[in-house]
Design a protein around this ligand. Structure first.
Ligand SMILES: Cc1cc2nc3c(=O)[nH]c(=O)nc-3n(C[C@H](O)[C@H](O)[C@H](O)COP(=O)(O)O)c2cc1C
Length: 158
């Protein structure tokens, strides 16, 4: 008789104002859910996210639009609320990013990375930057991002 192994936990934290990052987040969730036998995935709006979500997860994907060359205010608010409360736990979780941007996205990536380094968390995947209207290709890349992190988690790669 084999003992069932406990599922790993993948958290997706995102904000969307006009829906584009939301489309990516749902695609990331769909991709991660392909590994649902071994990984449980939670999709959480940044405004609702809590320290408990970070403590629950084994890995995390953050999604945000780029606003004024930065992450959205709501994702920043999530970081503001959880950064110091998380400090004693030395989270060290693997993470990835997905960004929706008009024409850039690099500022949001850079500034998220700066903050996440301090939690501390470790970046394990290249960020997905979807520029302009969300396309089928962006959605396919987002699904792949979710599945890759979930798969790596279940195989113990990260
Ligand atoms: C206030 C505001 C500021 C923005 N600043 C940038 C920016 O600095 N760089 C960029 O590439 N796009 C910028 N955009 C475009 C958004 O990143 C883009 O429309 C994105 O798809 C919105 O995502 P959402 O639908 O998830 O809210 C900005 C949009 C708004 C509303």
């Amino acid at each position: 008789m084999t003992t069932p192994t406990a599922k790993k936990h993948l958290l997706i934290v995102y904000h969307t104002q006009s829906g584009n990052t939301g489309q990516l987040a749902e695609a990331v969730w769909r991709g991660a859910s392909l590994e649902s036998e071994s990984v449980e995935t939670r999709l959480v709006r940044a405004a609702d996210g809590q320290l408990e979500d970070l403590l629950w997860c084994d890995a995390v994907l953050f999604g945000t639009p780029e606003n004024f060359g930065y992450m959205s205010g709501m994702l920043k608010d999530f970081f503001d609320r959880t950064y110091y409360p998380a400090e004693p736990y030395e989270l060290n979780r693997p993470y990835g990013l997905f960004i929706s941007a008009g024409n850039d996205g690099t500022g949001a990536v850079r500034e998220c990375d700066r903050i996440l380094l301090g939690y501390p968390m470790k970046k394990v995947l290249e960020p997905l930057i979807a520029r302009g209207e969300i396309t089928a290709e962006h959605l396919a890349s987002a699904e792949e991002l979710g599945q890759t992190l979930a798969c790596g988690l279940s195989m113990g790669v990260f």
